[in-house]
Design a protein around this ligand. Structure first.
Ligand code: SF4
Length: 374
């Protein structure tokens, strides 16, 4: 007996579906440009060689859906400056700790120099750290799309309920639909080498929280098919098939190909919790995409005692990107990792120069792992 996940990798079914896709592609008569928004899909496409399987049929344009990759240098600099303070314990998720800041140093580097930087698997671990270290200020550097925001909301709520006074959060939670809209509104990003993005593979995990409802606007207003998909090869191929079918018929609709987890309205309980604790920022800087209005969340006034950006004063100089790193272009989808002169030589996962080489969901790291030999 095979598990459901094994079934979604079944070679025979993969080849059969890819044949169906190729036949449909012949009828369309051109390569279809699909942006997979989520880094998890980029990883799956590279890992299973789906881009090779569908060469000439589909051009995958890797989107900005990797929370570590889109974190701008200035936010990394902020985390590093806070971490260097004597009375601070800085906590965040593993990958974030490896992203270099302006001075080519990461949180892990400043830890090696004596700062108290801790990797957490769950943001709720920071609650325990705060209780165990009452004389320290524990800061959680919160990152992520809609998938992780509810957990940060729970953390702040619990801290308030338990009267914790030494726990603070830097909220970097970002919003998927705002980024998609930005891409669709920006011709420089949307037209990749004068080729329009035809459709989107929508993120699976994010959509569990937000549902399929927000994507209908893109399908209707911009006439772009959106198919929500899981992360196994057959999930991705089925999404491609459903997109090509729509393009062939001249339609632009939202299809949910991840019905085992995603509903139309999403997780309302999580959405309400997030709305209780967070509100929209007027604007937020994304690496590669620039400033996007209403694309991130800040902690509400009622909980501002936990908002590290309100409690701590930090003055930061202008951030300095590595001059040869083209991460921004990779995130915008206008360059491939292999276009970067530093790819795989100076910049590797063990010595990342840009954020896209840090996380396994980053396009540079995915290319390095699965495409180095090509
Ligand atoms: Fe930046 Fe490294 Fe990617 Fe080049 S390979 S774009 S230096 S992260």
């Amino acid at each position: 007996e095979i598990s459901i996940f094994e079934a979604y990798k079944d070679k025979e079914r993969v080849l059969k579906l890819s044949e169906k896709i190729k036949k449909l592609s012949e009828k369309i008569g051109r390569t279809v440009n699909i942006m997979e928004f989520c880094g998890g899909h980029t990883h799956a496409i590279m890992k299973y060689g789906i881009d090779q399987l569908l060469k000439g049929v589909v051009r995958f344009i890797h989107g900005p859906g990797c929370p570590v990759c889109v974190m701008p240098m200035q936010r990394i600099d902020l985390a590093i400056e806070l971490a260097k303070r004597k009375d601070v314990i800085m906590c965040s998720y593993g990958d974030l700790l490896r992203v270099p800041g302006s001075k080519r140093k990461s949180l892990l580097n400043v830890r090696a120099e004596g700062a108290d930087v801790r990797m957490v698997y769950s943001c709720l671990d920071t609650l325990k750290i705060a209780k165990e270290n009452p004389d320290k200020k524990v800061i959680f550097f919160a990152i992520g799309f809609e998938t992780t925001t509810p957990q940060t909301a729970v953390l702040i709520k619990k801290a308030k309920e338990e009267g914790i006074k030494n726990l603070f959060v830097v909220s970097n939670h970002v919003i998927t639909p705002a980024a998609i809209q930005h891409i669709l509104n920006a011709p420089e990003i949307r037209e990749i080498g004068k080729v329009e993005i035809d459709a989107f593979i929508g993120p699976g995990h994010v959509s569990v929280i937000i549902g399929t409802k927000p994507y209908h606007y893109f399908a209707e207003e911009f006439q772009k098919p959106v198919v929500i998909a899981g992360f196994e090869p057959l999930n991705v191929l089925k999404a491609v098939y459903l997109i090509l079918k729509q393009i062939y018929k001249g339609r632009a609709e939202v299809k949910n190909n991840y019905t085992r987890f995603v509903t139309y309205k999403g997780n309302l309980k999580a959405q309400n919790l997030v709305a209780e604790l967070f509100e929209l920022r007027k604007e937020f800087e994304w690496r590669g995409l620039g400033t996007i209005p209403y694309s991130a969340l800040k902690i509400r006034k009622e909980y501002e005692e936990f908002d590290a950006e309100k409690v701590f004063e930090v003055e930061l100089p202008e951030p300095k990107e590595h001059p040869a790193c083209i991460c921004g272009k990779v995130i915008r989808g206008v360059a491939r990792p292999t276009d970067c002169k530093l790819f795989g030589t100076v910049c590797t996962p063990s010595n990342p120069l840009g954020s896209c080489m840090v996380s396994s969901e980053g396009a540079c790291a995915a290319y390095y792992k699965y495409r180095r030999a090509l």
